[in-house]
Design a protein. Sequence first.
Length: 84
Amino acid sequence: AAAAATAGGVGLGLFSYNRGNYMFDQKSHYARFTAGVNMAIAQTGLYKQDIEQLTELTVTRQDCYHGIAAMGLTILTALYCPGR
């Protein structure tokens, strides 16, 4: 009977110790969660910014090609289709 009471007392002490750690962890749990979500949002923003910059680079390059192609077509039209 004494051993059971001792074991119960030790078990209750360990439960209280773990409960204290658990309650301490729960206070910072939401802060860790929101920090992770905020980092994910920031990462998505960086990804969108990268895609936007790559698209802008491609559009700028294509604008250069369009000008060159228009000049080429004008010159070729002048060469192959002489005025009548």
